[in-house]
Every structure is written in structure tokens, then in C-alpha cells.
Ligand binder design. Structure first.
Ligand SMILES: *Cc1c(COP(=O)(O)O)cnc(C)c1O
Length: 223
């Protein structure tokens, strides 16, 4: 699955693309503290290497098996798991992942605490209401955060994925609500914004944008 033959990235182009994303963040009012999480799903280990060479220190992956296959390239990076995570897959990625961004239920949190004690976690909030994206409804956030705080985990913040349709502005209200919730709960990390809506996310207080296609081009079709 990893390193599909024929799909390679050009490290020089990735370097230019990282600078361009950095400029977009800055023009949206973000400073250098906004983390660019390089989302390498669908690409081979060379994408991870190119992102690291271009100065990104954090890598985002969506699929357990694909991540495990590319783990050597990610050594030395901070690996964030950003895909939907089944409880029975936690064991596979424990020790490879430093930050689990898609924790949206207590059972998953408990499994991570058991298999990967002390791991960094973000709670994913559902702001789009779209099926298949995961996330905890914002109205159920407080009890989940409270439960996670009693576990052996390093709860760092919140994460959300904007709606697929409607353009970047359609994401604004949800992003604003997630930032407000993070502030209210005393959480410092807010992971929101992707290639198409990162300006809106930064304007609404994102501390980490998750960027794939703007760095590496269109993803190879997942087969
Ligand atoms: C794939 C993915 C991204 C990156 O999306 P791009 O539009 O390619 O920037 C960000 N976040 C999550 C959760 C993803 O699955």
C-alpha cells in the first residue's frame, strides 16, 4: 500500500509548496507558531522525507496499515493519526503515533491509554454533521473531555474537519465554535483547516493546519 510505484513527489516542489502555505497562513493573520501538519496519506515514504527536508516536523497519516508500512521514514517526525481509528487498530499504531487527533469516544480513549499510555490526544469535534467523518457532537464534548482527563493520556486540544461542500466560508461557524470550546476547556491546541480552508481556520484561531494536496499535489486514487 505504501510507496505505490510511480507516484513520487519532487522534494524541490514540496519545499516551495511549504513556503507557499506558510505565506497563506501569515496573510490570514497567523504567526510562525501555527503548525503545518504535512498529510502524507496516499503517498509513499518519499513524501514524508520531502516534508521533513522542507522543514515540517509533524506528519499526518490516516490509515493504520499504511502508517506502519512507512514508519521508518517517519522516525524522527512527530506522527499524528488523523484518520478514523477503530479500537482494534490502536495496538498496531501504538508507539508509532505521538498524537491521536480523532479521539471521539471514551472507549477509544481508554484503549489508547491502555496500549500507548501517556500519548498525546486531541478530541475530534463534529462540526459538519456529515456521516463518515467521525467526531463528538459539541453538546457531548464536556463529559468526554472530563473522562479523558481521568485517563493516562496527554490531552492537548480539539480537532475538527470542515464540511465537504459549501466552500471555505461554510466551515467558519464550526471553526469558531471549536476554538471557543477549546478556550473554555483550557486546551491550547486547535487542529483545524486543510488545503482549501486553511485561511478561514487561521482567522478563527487554528493552531495547526493539516495540509496534504497543497503540499504534494492530488492524491493517488486509493485502491
Ligand atoms: C486528508 C486529510 C487532510 C488533508 O486534506 P487536503 O485537502 O489534501 O489538505 C486533513 N485532515 C484530514 C482529517 C484528512 O483526512
Amino acid at each position: 500500500m505504501a510507496g505505490r510505484p510511480g507516484v513520487t513527489v519532487d522534494p524541490a516542489l514540496v519545499r516551495v509548496a511549504v513556503a507557499d502555505v506558510r505565506r497563506r497562513i501569515s496573510e490570514a493573520g497567523g504567526d510562525d507558531s501555527v503548525v503545518i501538519l504535512a498529510v502524507t496519506k496516499g503517498f509513499g515514504p518519499d513524501a514524508i522525507e520531502a516534508a521533513l527536508a522542507a522543514g515540517c516536523s509533524a506528519i499526518g497519516e490516516n490509515y493504520a496499515q499504511e502508517l506502519v508500512a512507512k514508519r521508518d521514514a517517519a522516525a524522527g517526525a512527530e506522527v499524528h493519526f488523523i484518520g478514523q481509528l477503530q479500537t482494534n487498530k490502536v495496538r498496531q499504531v501504538a508507539g508509532v503515533v505521538q498524537v491521536y487527533e480523532t479521539v471521539d469516544r471514551e472507549r477509544l480513549a481508554a484503549e489508547i491509554a491502555k496500549r500507548d499510555p501517556g500519548a498525546g490526544v486531541l478530541v475530534q469535534v463534529d462540526t459538519s454533521g456529515e456521516p463518515g467523518k467521525g467526531g463528538c457532537p459539541i453538546g457531548e464534548l464536556d463529559p468526554l473531555v472530563e473522562a479523558i482527563r481521568s485517563l493516562d493520556l496527554d490531552l492537548r486540544g480539539l480537532m475538527t474537519v470542515g464540511p465537504t461542500d459549501g466552500g471555505p466560508e461554510a466551515a467558519r461557524a464550526g471553526f469558531r465554535a471549536v476554538r471557543a470550546a477549546a478556550d473554555r476547556l483550557g486546551l491550547s491546541v486547535v487542529s483545524m483547516g486543510m488545503s482549501d480552508d486553511l485561511e478561514v481556520a487561521v482567522q478563527e484561531g487554528s493552531t495547526e493546519v493539516r495540509v496534504g494536496s497543497a503540499l504534494f499535489g492530488a492524491r493517488p486514487v486509493r485502491t
